[in-house]
Design a binder for this molecule. Sequence first.
Ligand code: DLZ
Length: 168
Amino acid sequence: MTEKKTNLSDYDPSAVPDGSQYKIGVIAAEWNSNVTDALLQGAVDTLRQYGVKEQNLIVRRVPGTFELPSAADTMFQLCNPDAVICIGCVIQGDTRHFEFICQAVSQGITNVALKERRPVIFSVLTCDTMQQALDRAGGRHGNKGVEGAVTALKMVDYRKSLSKEIPF
Ligand code: DLZ
């Protein structure tokens, strides 16, 4: 059976792990900041709600979505977070920038996650219109930053649960 999720902020609160021992990085692109500011707020509010301490929350901005993978990689090298949430918003325009940026960020985030063996969360909206993005940045479809924060906590918990079984 397929499940169609209509609101990105809908989740089961009882299934979200406690984040009080986790160090989480959040990197947001400046492009389309009316959208990425709302996603960033959603992510940070949710991380705080589930116990992530201020000193364990690293928030940074980069110029555009294209820069997110390299910025996440640098954050892993210099700050040693348990996970990094990448926040961006790419809107289809007149040129082919859209497809290059979407391809680079999705592949780049996957590469960093596999290299670091730590979660790198894809909180990137890839939309045809600004309205579609606003609908997913606190509008009628919820907030993709909230979804990213919940996913980060679950994925860090997943990794920690395995490291208890097999020390590495
Ligand atoms: C250049 C560009 C364009 C056209 N569109 C977007 C966009 O919709 N969203 C976004 O986050 N960034 C965009 N950028 C900027 C690129 O991500 C990047 O910052 C520049 O190409 C410099 O590497």
